[in-house]
Design a protein around this ligand. Structure first.
Ligand code: HEM
Length: 138
């Protein structure tokens, strides 16, 4: 079980590297002046590669978590709330994919300020999930 948990934490950390950085690229994309196509294309390429890289890693974080849950008999309110928050996190991840498509199609209407606030959401989710799984308050 410890090997599985070690890989679970590895995939979680790698997933969050992407969840923290991808919206930051969106902040920069929302600030690209009109006509700066080279800069826009460079940022879009970076965002596409990052999204493609962290999507399977996020799914592996979830698969190893479910494996821990079902193979080793974990349970309790903490795990149910954790899984609910992870579902929100998955929604956030795939919403980033949709926002990336909007940027690529030139459909983005949101400001860089909106993306700065949006960028903070994974921080609070991570804090809540780590407290739930380590402290197991209920
Ligand atoms: C559906 C998704 C997930 C499930 C079912 C799940 C389930 C679990 C289970 C059963 C454990 C073992 C708990 C223990 O040994 O006490 C665990 C460990 C852990 N999980 Fe998840 N997890 C999921 C996703 C995540 C995510 C997204 C994060 C990060 C935000 C995360 C962070 C952790 C951490 C840090 C540990 C190690 C806790 C410790 O060693 O005390 N998990 N997870």
């Amino acid at each position: 079980m410890l090997w599985l948990k070690a890989f679970h934490i590895f995939f979680v950390v790698s997933w969050f590297a992407g969840l923290f950085y991808l919206p930051r690229v969106f902040v920069n994309l929302a600030m690209v002046p009109a006509g700066s196509d080279a800069e826009r294309e460079r940022l879009l390429l970076m965002a596409r590669k990052l999204y493609k890289f962290v999507t399977p890693i996020g799914l592996l974080a979830v698969v190893t978590g479910l494996w821990l849950w079902f193979a080793f008999g974990f349970g309790g309110g903490w795990l149910h709330v954790k899984v609910a928050l992870v579902t929100v996190l998955l929604g956030y991840h795939f919403y980033c994919g949709r926002l990336l498509k909007d940027f690529a199609a030139g459909r983005n209407t949101r400001s860089h300020v909106w993306y700065r606030v949006f960028n903070e959401m994974p921080v609070f989710l991570l804090l809540a999930i780590v407290i739930l799984v380590v402290v197991k308050p209920f």
